[in-house]
Ligand binder design. Structure first.
Ligand code: GLY
Ligand code: MN
Ligand code: MN
Length: 373
């Protein structure tokens, strides 16, 4: 991942500052690590950021002192680093007391009750009001910038190459775990820094489990095999699924595959700016209902991709009390309908797309027909 850049990361911080002002906050404590990475470029397993009207304080522990220094240097004016002598939260509380912060926003989804209780105690009743916030950084992450799109495009291209070379890995007599290990190896060899999640290899009856973990099951003739894998490239996650058949598929599996293929085509055809993510999901759902498979499709059609493998926009059925996201150019998400029928098997086809001004661009591209190996 490239170092922090005032034109990229500094501009992100400025936009988040605008949301602080709208919410009447003096400061925002960012504790969700992907948000920290988004604002500072730093990839760390611990740390937090305090964003104020004019400054940004990155707080890390000793392990990230050097990387933290490079990050604040790259961010330019107004950014400073604190290497916490004790806990991160003690450093944050001391800073907030010094700054006489009256209203502090916290990321409600990413601060434990224990840490919140501690902060309340440390800041003193009545001195600092702690305000729950949601999505002050995430709403900026929803539409990708040019440098993010470049990473996702290159990640998609590389993951597609891995997908095109799956055939020789999937053979009767091999176990799901052996194949998963080979896919993980191929992902690394393709230049990814790591897998984006635990690779799924689900064969035979286990293909009907949408999120199966690879087991010691040995593949046999006629097995459908769902292969779902992802990589992190330049900090950005891409995600792809293909379903293959070991030898000639059962007619039932071929029918499922054809239905899922049509559902993916229908969902893709619905993608353009101005439509809701829910409408894309609905298009896949209607296509599968046309095949009598409405009940076999129990998950959403897709999810956003970026610094996290599952992020906004959510491409699924409407949730009560939430407005569906309206698609805009620069959004990146998966389109991954699947059907799961006990006694027959499961099929999923997953690709990644970028919403463009007049439709979408496929970021992943490998043959989608049922591969027979
Ligand atoms: N295996 C994660 C996903 O496809 O969403
Ligand atoms: Mn996915
Ligand atoms: Mn996947």
């Amino acid at each position: 991942m490239p170092a922090a850049d005032p034109h990229v990361h500094g501009a992100r911080v400025s936009r988040v500052r605008g949301h602080l002002a709208d919410a009447g906050l003096d400061a925002l404590l960012v504790t969700h690590l992907p948000n920290l990475t988004y604002l500072t470029g730093l990839q760390a397993s611990a740390g937090c950021v305090l964003v104020t009207a004019r400054g940004l304080r990155l707080v890390v522990d000793f392990r990230y002192a050097e990387a933290g220094r490079a990050a604040v240097h790259g961010l330019g004016g107004g950014a400073s680093l604190e290497v916490a002598a004790r806990s991160l939260d003690e450093a944050v509380a001391a800073r907030l007391r010094q700054a006489e912060c009256r209203r502090l926003g916290i990321e409600a989804a990413y601060l434990s009750v224990k840490r919140l209780d501690w902060l309340r105690g440390a800041l003193g009743e009545g001195e600092t009001e702690i305000v729950s916030t949601e999505r002050l950084v995430e709403r900026e992450r929803l539409v990708k910038g040019p440098e993010e799109i470049a990473a996702l495009r290159e990640g998609g291209r590389r993951l597609s190459t891995v997908a095109r070379n799956l055939g020789p890995l999937v053979r009767a007599g091999r176990t799901e775990r052996e194949i998963a290990a080979d896919i993980d190896h191929a992902v690394r060899l393709a230049g990814f820094e790591r897998s984006a999640f635990e690779t799924i290899v689900a064969s035979g009856p286990r293909s009907a489990l949408p999120h199966a973990r690879p087991e010691c099951r040995v593949l046999g003739a006629g097995d459908p095999v769902v292969l779902d894998f992802g990589g992190v490239y330049d900090g950005y996650c891409v995600d792809l699924t293909r379903t293959v058949s070991v030898g000639a598929p059962e007619p039932g599996v071929r029918r499922l595959h054809e239905a899922v293929f049509q559902a993916q085509q229908a969902a893709l055809a619905a993608v353009r700016p101005g439509v809701t993510a829910t409408a894309v999901d609905q298009a896949a759902r209607e296509a599968l209902a046309g095949h009598g498979l409405a009940d076999a499709f129990g998950h959403g059609t897709g999810h956003g991709l970026g610094l996290e493998v599952h992020e906004e926009p959510r491409v699924g059925r409407p949730l009560s009390g939430q407005t569906a996201e309206t698609l805009a150019p620069g959004m990146v998400f998966t389109v991954e309908p699947g059907v799961y029928v006990a006694g027959v098997g499961g099929v999923r086809i997953e690709d990644d797309i970028l919403v463009t001004a007049d439709g979408y661009e496929l970021l992943t591209d490998a043959p989608r027909s049922l591969l027979v190996v």
